[in-house]
Design a protein around this ligand. Structure first.
Ligand SMILES: [Zn+2]
Length: 582
């Protein structure tokens, strides 16, 4: 063995020893890390984040991943659509798509339901706006099937939610410049960004003052309100524009921060839109829910090329802009969660209002009761239905089911006085659960139900029978010992049905109980018996009657008369014999 080999062997030995040590250390490190992580996970599971902890805002990829996860968990009602590329993707610099999540029942079908658009984060630094839309997405999908209002809205609306209009911007603001506002286009003058909320096509209402590039925007690329080289020059605004053109939105909610404001068009002028009354009504109702100030958009500052003026000007979409929170980035979990939570009710109401934007006077007055007395002729259900543009009398229906069976729909007919409608449910046995709801339409085709979110909410009543039967045991009965008699209760009656007949009396020192409408019994002991009849119906109502049965021995009177006859005959014979022998 040469020295070289020895060296080599010892080198190998040392190497092996070092490797072994490294492996052991690595294993220890892995297990230690694992313990630390699981301990952290445990503590997170036990205690919610501290209210003073710094809120962690989601970046683009987190939001994308959650949208895909929502789609995977709720494939029947949630579908992710790629509606366009960010500017950096269009330049092959990054890989960020603009994603829309559609939420509706039969999500793959284009149903004839009011369509609502909810968008956020036009502006890179307005992270809280995306968090609000993501929370709305969680509520709408997780609440489906458990929350009656959410379920009804998912069934009766088509929601399109775009949590990040500006994907490049959100990541740049989160990573590099928290006050960044615009997208990340590289401009011709070596600056970056176009203000996406100045890049829409203007008011489109033939008022040149409302055109793109006017008041409230700048043509200087370095400006924070740079409107771009032309309307819809940016892929991000093109994506929203194309979605709006393809769909048929009736209402749009656009989330920004900050200012605690709820605003509606116009933004470029103090003039009122032709739908001002409805927009004021809607904006005021939404603001009442989050406590913000309701105002026409121009009240904040005049703008052109913004989203809501274009939505309304392009297609009469009732567009509402929210400026949430009092800062761009609510810092603690408590602050951020509060802002998110306070904007959930306005989103739900906005989605609901989208079905009847004019907030028409349309109402169904119906007073449900929990229990109704059995009736052989069934149940009449009355409702008072009024609509400011008239009720479609041919399209009022009463939908009912018995004990959770199949739904049956019957028309409700208009009665006198006007506005009164009557529907009938056939007779049901006591104990049945009758569930029902009323569906009405006005002459404009708007649908309304009672209860509001039927069939996730339903009226119901239980059929009860509180009327007792009438027991009738017949007249008192004479009887003879040894001869059977019939106890007959067939003259008894009930509003439903008598289900049991019981006859009770004391006989020969014990209690006799007989069952049946007509029963036979033979007494072998003479006497007067008090017989109690008890009849009951299926609801447990009962009634009693008493008759007396007088039982006599048939041999005593026959033997007595024979004796009298015999004694009489003997007496007469004795008299005759005495006369002859006198
Ligand atoms: Zn904004």
């Amino acid at each position: 063995m040469s020295r070289k080999n020895t060296h080599l062997q010892s080198y190998r030995l040392v190497s092996a020893t070092i490797l072994l040590c490294l492996l052991v250390m690595a294993a220890v490190a892995v297990s230690t890390t694992g313990e630390v992580e699981s301990a952290a996970a445990d503590s997170m599971a036990v205690a919610p984040p501290q209210p003073t902890a710094v809120y962690s805002y989601m970046g683009y990829s987190q939001i994308r991943d959650e949208l895909l996860s929502v789609e995977a968990q709720h494939p029947g009602i949630a579908k992710v659509y790629d509606i366009g590329d960010s500017w950096e993707k269009s330049q092959s610099i990054a890989d960020r798509d603009i994603l829309a999540l559609k939420i509706s029942d039969n999500v793959l079908l284009d149903e004839d339901e009011p369509e609502v658009l909810v968008v956020a984060l036009h502006h890179a630094r307005e992270w809280i706006s995306s968090e609000i839309v993501m929370e709305a997405i969680r509520n709408m999908t997780d609440g489906y099937g458990t929350d009656s209002r959410v379920s009804w809205l998912v069934d009766n609306r088509e929601l399109w939610l775009v949590p990040v209009v500006n994907p490049d911007g959100i990541d740049y603001a989160l990573s590099t410049d928290q006050w960044w506002r615009k997208n990340r286009r590289y401009n011709f003058d070596d600056t970056y960004g176009v203000d996406l909320n100045r890049n829409y096509g203007g008011s489109l209402n033939n008022d040149s003052a409302g055109a793109w590039g006017g008041v409230g925007s700048s043509h200087v690329p370095s400006s924070d309100v740079y409107c771009g080289v032309s309307p819809f020059s940016e892929p991000e605004t093109q994506a929203i524009r194309n979605l709006v053109i393809q769909r048929n939105f009736t209402l749009c909610l656009d989330f920004h921060s900050y200012g605690e404001l709820v605003m509606w068009p116009w933004g470029y002028t103090a003039n009122l839109t032709s739908d001002n009354a409805a927009l004021v009504s809607i904006g005021t109702q939404l603001a009442a829910l989050n406590g913000y100030t309701a105002d026409q958009s121009v009240g904040l500052y005049p703008t052109t090329g913004d989203s809501i003026d274009w939505f309304y000007g392009y297609d009469n979409i009732f567009a509402i802009l929210f400026e949430v929170a009092t800062v761009f980035h609510p810092q603690t979990t408590q602050e951020a969660s509060g802002v998110i939570a306070e904007n959930m009710p306005p989103i739900l109401l906005g989605i609901e209002i989208a079905g009847d934007r004019q907030q028409r006077q349309f109402a169904i007055a119906h007073l449900p009761v929990g229990a109704r007395e059995y009736s052989a002729s069934g149940f009449d259900l009355w409702a008072n239905i009024t609509a400011d543009r008239g009720v479609d009398e041919s399209a009022i229906s009463l939908n009912y089911r018995i004990d959770g069976g199949l739904w049956v729909s019957v028309p409700m007919a208009i009665m006198s006085p006007n506005d009164t409608y009557l529907g009938a449910i056939p007779a049901q046995q006591p104990g049945c659960l009758v569930e029902y709801y009323i569906v009405a339409h006005d002459t404009g085709g708007v649908e309304l139900m009672s209860p509001r979110y039927a069939p996730y909410e339903i009226h119901s009543f239980t059929v009860v029978d509180s009327l007792p039967p009438v027991a009738d045991a017949g007249d008192d009965l004479p009887a003879l010992v040894g001869s059977p008699i019939l106890l007959n209760a067939s003259a008894s009656n009930d509003n439903t049905e008598i289900v049991s007949y019981t006859w009770t009396f004391s006989y020969n020192g014990s209690q006799v109980v007989l069952y049946g409408e007509v029963v036979a019994f033979t007494f072998w002991v003479a006497g007067s018996y008090e017989v109690l009849l008890n009849v009951s119906d299926s609801s447990g109502n009962y009634n009693t009657d008493i008759i007396n049965v007088n039982v006599e021995d048939p041999y005593i009177p026959e033997f007595g008369s024979a004796m009298i006859i015999s004694v009489s005959l003997l007496g007469m014979l004795l008299l005759l014999w005495l006369r002859r022998n006198r």
